[in-house]
Design a protein around this ligand. Structure first.
Ligand SMILES: *Cc1c(COP(=O)(O)O)cnc(C)c1O
Length: 356
């Protein structure tokens, strides 16, 4: 491998003089703060929110560094991992010139991000067993390929991708390999966060939105080399993570034990729900899952989706995605919600296939 970050970053970002905030220029402990045009009198809320937040979220990163066993300098935080995805495009991909590789069916934000930024999308669909087609990916790579997007465990299929395949790509590709681990806490697989030292081209995405139960907070995490994080910091908005988010994230990150209990409970319910749905008549397949959702293949899936809506139950119809015909993605709910889903499905199956 011959990875050189200077050949990957956009030339305009390499030479960009980043915005220097008041908080960048003075970081000491002064008590007369007249440098940022804040309201010195206070706010209608509490006295602290009149100040701008820490632009680099130092306390949150220190806590995360401890939990993830990496350096704080290897962490970039975004307004959800969706912001991390966008910043990766804007930092490394030249509009109208560079390309990226995606492996559908997968999380649609990689494609949306590429389209927003006018980046060409090359597609190496997952194999029928929903694993990576490494040979196809290698065929697609050219001089302008900047990022290969890999989602493991994958949304919407639920499976983890073969670690050896991901390592092969990391070893042979001279651009960035983003491994989106939004669902890693539900999986028995090891995170790639501990492999940053082995791969200068590795970027790992995680989030507080799923296992941590904080989708409303909007905090996405990106783990990568110090050099990659430095470039991303140049591109982000100076105060992209609000003070409220930083405070609440710090509080939540104290509760690793409680979160682990929720993860165990959700995994138990996933196994139970998959077992029940698997035995229902006409269900073709419940795909193995390492996440907090299951993908279910059933004839007339879109009709079932519409019926469930009439019962006040919303699942995700993924039938239009590659290799996902007649498939619904179902998030694991509470015990009560899962029961409601199973009852409604059973009823629909009974009257829909009554004459079959
Ligand atoms: C849910 C999800 C995310 C999370 O995005 P946030 O912006 O952090 O809420 C990222 N990637 C995948 C694959 C997801 O399914």
């Amino acid at each position: 491998m011959n990875f050189d970050i200077k050949k990957i970053v956009r030339p305009n970002i390499e030479i960009l003089k980043a915005y220097s905030s008041a908080k960048d220029e003075y970081t000491g402990e002064a008590n007369v703060l007249l440098d940022a045009n804040e309201n010195s009198l206070g706010s209608p809320l509490t006295k602290w929110y009149n100040r701008y937040p820490d632009p680099y979220q130092k306390k949150v990163k220190e806590k995360l560094a401890f939990i993830k066993q990496i350096k704080a300098e290897q962490i970039f935080l975004g307004n959800g991992s969706d912001e991390c995805i966008d910043i990766l495009f804007r930092t490394f991909c030249e509009p109208g010139k560079d390309n990226i590789i995606i492996c559908p069916p997968t999380y649609p934000m990689y494609e949306v991000g590429a389209n927003i930024n006018s980046i060409e999308i090359k597609s190496a669909p997952l194999l029928p067993n929903f694993q990576l087609n490494v040979a196809h990916i290698e065929q697609l790579v050219n001089e302008q390929t900047k990022i290969i997007w890999i989602c493991s465990p994958n949304n919407p299929t639920g499976n983890s991708l073969d670690r050896i395949d991901i390592e092969t790509i990391l070893n042979h590709f001279n651009g960035l390999v983003v491994v989106d681990e939004a669902y890693i806490n539900f999986s028995k697989q090891k995170s790639f966060a501990q492999s940053l030292i082995d791969y200068p081209n590795l970027v790992v995405l995680q989030t507080l939105s799923k296992a941590w139960g904080l989708a409303g907070l909007r905090l996405g995490m990106c783990f990568a080399s110090d050099a990659i994080v430095k470039y991303m910091n140049k591109v982000k908005a100076p105060y992209n993570i609000s003070m409220v988010t930083q405070e609440l994230a710090l509080t939540a990150l104290e509760e690793v034990g409680q979160v682990n209990d929720m993860i165990a409970h959700l995994v138990d319910m996933r196994i139970a729900l998959a077992a029940v749905i698997e035995t229902m008549p006409f269900v073709e397949k419940v795909y193995p899952s390492d996440t907090n959702f299951i993908l279910v293949k059933i004839p007339k899936a879109t009709e079932l989706y519409r019926y469930l809506l009439t019962q006040g139950i919303v699942v995700r119809d993924r039938s239009s995605l590659e290799n996902c015909s007649d498939s619904l993605r179902i998030t694991i709910g509470t015990e009560q919600e899962n029961t409601a889903l199973v009852d409604a499905m059973a009823k629909w199956i009974e009257f829909t296939f009554a004459n079959d």
